[in-house]
Write a protein that binds this ligand. Structure first.
Ligand code: HDD
Ligand code: HEB
Ligand code: HEB
Length: 448
């Protein structure tokens, strides 16, 4: 293993770190919105169940943030250690958003501290709620800034290239490059969707364990409404992302859709496998649908992979990531719709055991969709680290020590993973909601 080349190992280490960070980053962006909504409803309805929801979510959130910071810092380190040529080449262009990300994080952290320690300190509860807004906005800004850097790697913009040197840098143009709007929109909506889905999983499990009372049922209804709304918005953003690819990164779309020949009225290939000759087998073909999804016109011409140089074609495996992400997204939409329909129709019981199990699965599924989405976007960017300007191989470190770093970081993530699970379990198992409700709000009835 220590003979393996440093490019491959650097890619492995970077993927591992980013995919681990993605879990905490997604929840770090999404959960504050849920906390803020719950607290506001609690104030409007004068219902302490919702207040307690906000408080308990906030407590779990702090643990996740701490791990997000550690893994985020690991990425920061690895960017310069593993991809020195990229950081040297592009550093001047992307340092603005990288710097602003840190700033957004501090903004969020300061208000989070104030938020956590001032429950019951204001004579009007709404003032305390106001403190949740900077936390929501700070998390969103973090995601925005860092995603612009990733967008820049996909569609570099905002500089000139003279004799291999980057000149006339326009940092704003670099930040607002062509991939930025769709990426930021899709990252934000999918983070809110996933955070709501994960919190719904927890509520559904509590109800299934028969510990469920009015508190958990309210939690489930709230998280399911938010899941449904953001499942729709995520799909809209995903559709816009595909249209963005058709225009600005046609090779990624072609690889993701297994669209080999440029043609008008292109079919959409759903699922399927590839045989030895790269012929698509067992797929569902929807006539003209790719043209429609890519350009909003059933007869539009869609560029095929044949037009891309052999060495610059993204790996065909991203088709599976795309199908899985979309299927899991449809699942989220379907389950949340089912729950809301059963609830509103009143004739059926949305807290039926089978429905609850579907909801339990939805949280982990949404997180998987996040991972598949990033795999699609990032593996689909290969072989470029900066599309059209620098390849991943050119950017990598030549240090012989990457294998050791890889082992070290795997160790770190295993320890961190176990610690989070243990701390969260201790925090919530030994102090169930019903106990806390009785202690804090003894006058709230348990029925209802
Ligand atoms: Fe992140 C923390 C750096 C991807 C969302 N990140 C965090 C920290 C660093 C990074 C250094 C610690 C706090 C700080 O100093 O800012 N993050 C990165 C880098 C990334 C990256 C270099 C990409 C290569 N991050 C990333 C994405 C998202 C976030 C794609 C959103 C979807 N990051 C966050 C966050 C965190 C965070 C939610 C997690 C917990 C927290 O902030 O408080 O804002
Ligand atoms: Fe990234 C890479 C994932 C974000 C930067 N990524 C990578 C990979 C993966 C990932 C899987 C590998 C690929 C290959 O190699 O094939 N990402 C991811 C995730 C996320 C991300 C999950 C979320 C968190 N990134 C991102 C951002 C950025 C980045 C935001 C910027 C800042 N990436 C990156 C780099 C790299 C990567 C630099 C290395 C190179 C390559 O391509 O590899
Ligand atoms: Fe997604 C990515 C589409 C769903 C998450 N996406 C992506 C892409 C596309 C898409 C095209 C790529 C972009 C670029 O590269 O730029 N989606 C889509 C669609 C759908 C979806 C169409 C359905 C309707 N997603 C989804 C879901 C989720 C997601 C459900 C979760 C939850 N994605 C994602 C992520 C990503 C993606 C995270 C990465 C980032 C970006 O944006 O890129």
């Amino acid at each position: 293993m220590f003979e393996a080349d440093s490019v491959l190992l650097s890619r492995l280490l970077t993927s591992l770190t980013l995919m681990f960070h993605a879990i905490f980053a997604t929840l770090g962006v999404g959960i504050p919105l849920m906390i803020s909504i719950a607290e506001l409803i609690g104030i409007r309805k004068k219902d302490s169940h919702y207040t307690l929801l906000a408080q308990r979510w906030a407590r779990g959130y702090v643990i996740l943030v701490a791990v997000g910071v550690v893994t985020g810092t690991a990425i920061g380190l690895q960017l310069s250690l593993l991809w020195p040529s990229f950081m040297q080449f592009a550093g001047n262009v992307i340092s603005l958003p990288l710097f602003l990300e840190t700033f957004a994080f501090f903004f969020e952290a300061i208000f989070l501290g104030a938020y956590l320690y001032t429950w019951d300190r204001f004579n009007k509860p709404i003032y305390h709620w106001l403190l949740s807004l900077p936390v929501v906005i700070g998390g969103g800004l973090s995601a925005f800034f860092i995603t612009t850097v990733n967008a820049f790697m996909n569609t570099p913009d905002g500089f000139d290239l003279t004799n291999g040197e980057i000149t006339s840098i326009n940092p704003m143009e670099a930040m607002f490059n062509p991939a930025t709007p769709t990426k930021v929109f899709h990252v934000l909506t999918s983070s809110y969707l996933t955070a709501a889905a994960i919190l719904a999983t927890i509520a559904a499990l509590a109800i299934l364990r028969k510990r469920g009372n009015a508190y958990h049922r309210k939690a489930l209804k709230l998280t399911m409404v938010v899941t449904f709304i953001f499942a729709i918005l995520t799909a809209v953003a995903g559709d816009l992302s595909a249209k963005h690819l058709a225009e600005h990164q046609p090779e990624k779309l072609a690889a993701a859709e297994w669209h080999f020949e440029t043609e008008e009225s292109a079919d959409l290939v759903v699922f399927g496998t590839l045989d030895e000759n790269n012929e698509v087998q067992n797929a569902i073909r929807i006539p003209n649908m790719l043209s429609f999804l890519a350009f909003g016109d059933f007869n539009a011409e869609v560029q095929g992979l044949e037009e891309i140089n052999e060495g610059e074609q993204p790996p065909l495996i991203i088709h599976y990531f795309f199908d899985l992400m979309v299927s899991l997204g449809m699942y989220a939409l379907g389950v949340s719709f089912l729950f809301l329909a059963l609830w509103k129709l009143k004739r059926f019981n949305p807290f039926n055991k089978w429905v609850l199990w579907l909801v339990v699965l939805n949280g982990p599924f949404a997180m998987l969709a996040i991972e598949f989405g990033w795999l699609l976007a990032e593996v689909g960017r290969q072989p470029w680290i900066m599309r059209g300007f620098m390849t991943v191989a050119e950017a990598a470190t030549t240090s012989p020590n990457v294998a050791w770093m890889l082992l070290l970081f795997i160790g770190l993530y295993v320890v961190l993973g176990f610690t989070v699970v243990r701390v969260l379990r201790k925090l919530f198992k030994d102090n169930p909601a019903e106990l806390e409700l009785e202690q804090k709000y003894p006058n709230v009835t348990k029925s209802g």
